[in-house]
Design a binder for this molecule. Structure first.
Ligand code: LIP
Length: 275
């Protein structure tokens, strides 16, 4: 019920601010201990791990019968199977490359699924001090003010966000480049990359851009932000235009179904190995 959802949201908000403090301190003090994961462009820092430990401990101590899927727990070998049980899906620091370089678009992402459906989401951007939240059916807010997407219905009037991602191998990156080219020659108004899936999606939710798509990301990058986009009146789907799949490692979202049909019809899909 709504009371329970508000309680869950409040826990998620509080712990995202606590993790945000750790991020802000390390960001301001330039104390970033950088390591790589799958490749030289797949970065992780001690701050990512500290934040995930804090968030995981808090959520599982508060809600012992809930499940947890997190970016760094997964990297450390935890299996991230999505079941019908209440499951927190967490990216402790989305935009790690931005964080490492001092580019301020970073966020803590905390989503909750029940019966595999996203029921609430928090995206907290600590450097900008922007708190984006949504509960299913209750709208989306930024620092308490309600959000709504733009009214854009066609690619020719759209500002589109996307990312090159961390897979730079052929043929993956060739398709990413071709898709970028198709956006450019559509022609859409322009293409932007904030360097973080959740921040791109929050720009869609607030109507500052009209659409976002990306291949190769994970549920923790888009779970929380997907409900913020939907509750701001936007539309989330798979890059093929079918229903959004949290484990398919790709997303397209934007202001209107008409715009998203045009975009997903324009994109060449990349089938990713599922999470
Ligand atoms: C990042 C995403 C971004 C993507 C990067 C990476 P991380 O997440 O937010 O959209 O292009 O490759 O996946 O690793 O900073 O949490």
């Amino acid at each position: 019920d709504l009371n329970e959802m508000q309680k869950y949201l409040s826990t998620a908000e509080t712990v995202s601010r606590d993790a945000g403090k750790l991020i802000n301190d390390a960001f301001q003090n330039h104390s970033k201990n950088v390591m790589t994961k799958d490749s030289s462009v797949d970065l992780v820092t001690v701050t990512d791990q500290q934040c995930e430990d804090l968030i995981k401990k808090t959520l599982l101590e508060t809600y012992p019968d809930h499940k947890f899927i997190g970016e760094e727990s997964t990297a450390a070998g935890a299996k991230n199977e999505l079941t019908d049980l209440p499951t927190w899906i967490v990216d402790p620091l989305d935009g790690t490359t931005n964080f490492v370089h001092g580019f301020p678009y970073v966020s803590v992402c905390i989503g909750l699924t029940i019966k595999k459906k996203v029921v609430l989401g928090v995206v907290y951007a600590p450097i900008l001090d922007e708190m984006y939240t949504a509960i299913r059916g209750q709208g989306a807010t930024l620092n308490g003010t309600s959000l709504s997407v733009s009214k854009c219905t066609g690619l020719k009037n759209a500002l589109v966000c996307t990312e090159i991602g961390s897979n730079r191998e052929s043929p993956h990156i060739d398709i990413v480049r071709d898709n970028y080219y198709r956006m450019a020659v559509a022609p859409c108004h322009s293409v932007r990359s904030l360097g973080a899936a959740a921040m791109n999606m929050c720009m869609v939710a607030k109507g500052a851009c009209d659409a976002y798509y990306e291949f190769g990301i994970h549920a923790w990058d888009y779970c929380a932000a997907s409900i913020i986009v939907e509750e701001a009146g936007g539309y989330c789907c798979d890059t093929t235009g079918t229903e959004l799949d949290l484990m398919a490692r790709k997303i397209a979202c934007g202001a209107t179904p008409a715009l998203m049909k045009e975009i997903t019809d324009t994109l060449t899909d990349i089938t990713m190995p599922r999470d």
